[in-house]
Design a protein around this ligand. Structure first.
Ligand SMILES: Cc1cc2nc3c(=O)[nH]c(=O)nc-3n(C[C@H](O)[C@H](O)[C@H](O)COP(=O)(O)O)c2cc1C
Length: 167
């Protein structure tokens, strides 16, 4: 975890504002945070005037169990006249990607997930974030199950190169 966190904290960071924050959820903390996610789901349903679906609530409660450790990457908005929030978010996203790359280099699997809880003020508050801060991702980290190979990722470059001058 120290290697992964050092890689994450080495992300490009305009003006070295250090907007990225990390929360390690594992063991009992992961179970307890599942209750935060389930309660937040209930609150979102109440706010929307919809009836909670018990299977969805249960999914929220248990989903952190998909991996032995979930590293939450957040962006804590820093006051700056120079670095806009978009760049602070970009730095935190780079930190998340660095963490995934470091995990891969160490032989672990990683998956970056978001979803409704990432934007939920009560979930942010449970992580010590304010409404203006952001949860950039939930990084599910762990070993590959026996017999499961890393998913091949062969990017298609078609359409990614923009000509300049632009037509
Ligand atoms: C900001 C962000 C949020 C993401 N959220 C989700 C998500 O909630 N669920 C999901 O299945 N994949 C999500 N992804 C995509 C996965 O992290 C991953 O890129 C995708 O599953 C492809 O994996 P692969 O490289 O093994 O093909 C997200 C990616 C990013 C950058």
């Amino acid at each position: 975890m120290r290697t992964i966190l050092r890689a994450a904290a080495a992300a490009p960071d305009h003006e070295r504002l250090r907007p990225f924050r990390f929360t390690i959820l594992e063991g009992a903390a992961k179970d307890a945070f599942g209750l935060v996610l389930a309660d937040a789901y209930d609150s979102r349903c109440a706010a929307a005037g919809t009836e909670p679906v018990s299977a969805k609530r249960e999914k929220e409660r248990t989903k952190l169990g998909r991996a032995p450790l979930v590293l939450t990457v957040s962006a804590l908005r820093q006051p700056s006249a120079v670095v806009p929030w978009e760049e602070q978010l970009a730095a935190a996203a780079a930190a998340a990607q660095n963490a995934c790359l470091a995990a891969t280099a160490l032989g672990y699997g990683s998956m970056w997930r978001t979803g409704d809880p990432s934007y939920d003020p009560s979930v942010k508050a449970a992580l010590g974030l304010g409404g203006d801060d952001a949860i950039v991702g939930w990084l599910y980290l762990g070993s590959y199950r026996d017999g499961v190979a890393p998913h091949p990722n062969e990017p298609d470059l078609a359409g990614l190169l923009l000509p300049w001058p632009a037509p």
